[in-house]
Write a protein that binds this ligand. Sequence first.
Ligand SMILES: *Cc1c(COP(=O)(O)O)cnc(C)c1O
Length: 375
Amino acid sequence: MTFPPLREELRGLQPYGAPQVSTEQAPVQLNTNENPYGPSAACIADIATAVAEAATTLNRYPDREHVALRTALAAYLSRDTPRGVVPEQVWAANGSNEVMLQLLQAFGGPGRSALSFAPTYSMYPEYARDTSTAWVQGRRADDFSLDLDAAAALVREQRPSVVLLPSPNNPTGTALPPEAVGRLCEAASGDGWDGLVVVDEAYGEFRRAGVPSALELLPQHRNLVVTRTMSKAFAAAGLRLGYLAADPAICDAIRVVRLPYHLSAVTQAAALAALRHAEELLGRVDELRAERDETVSWLRAQGLRVADSDANFVLFGTFADRHAVWQRLLDRGVLVREVGPEGWLRVSVGTADEMQTFKQALTQAMAEVMEEDAS
Ligand SMILES: *Cc1c(COP(=O)(O)O)cnc(C)c1O
């Protein structure tokens, strides 16, 4: 027996995570889709006051049901759907990663499967693995869109307990067309079967004007779950706060598998304070969207292939040796992500200055790589 006595299927595996490089080595960090703008002084002060107040009762366990936070999140989500969202439909955890793990703990498991369409977020198969849920992977088309007929047929055939659909998708930036969610919710249920369809809207706030959120479809489909996070548009990745909206029965089921007091009093207080500053924290989203569209056009003008993006990042390529390009960008202090199909790289949208540095560095990196190929 080897030590430590790790589960067979976990032996030799590496933990998930983007390479973290210090800001000295890479002053321009465009690798994890964070919001480049930090909170204002007023927001920081409000969070500090809220946390100080929470600290006075740290001898007690926090509100297990995080009612105040769920109420504030429901109010925030209600902007995106005419029918509104009530607190009983909301559930929060330490990042949407924990929300999705809880979904798989409650609804996956041995004898059940989860399904998504590649290329997509590389954490999904890990939630399945960690909960002993079988993993089924469909494919996206060459332009990273979903072939809806094929996707619905695969869902009907496989009867997964959970379908994971990011919209916009990571790492491609592709949003689902509005009709896709309804089609797949229907395909996932019927004949006495109710598979859940989880639309991961981690980048939902960056979607183009006129594209509805899947939240609008909650009243029609009881098997629909929409997840969100404060990590991206909300500029609070360090806070670790993700949440979902779904039928109250789904929230209730998750309560069975969640750890007691999973959301600390400090997290709840800080998240509530941050939500009071929603306007400010989301204020730069329009700017980032414009910068994204500008980046897409510029990359195309360099003769590169670029995936259409509804998110705060852009997938571009293709390079015979993407690692060589990635390394040359890093040599110039620009960290992007080596992720997605072979030959592609992903850049997060930063400030205008950061994107200027990125463009200069990429121009030089591509010239160097070409020279080497020629010699
Ligand atoms: C970043 C990201 C998340 C958010 O993760 P958190 O745990 O909330 O920080 C979720 N889904 C996708 C596809 C992401 O890229």
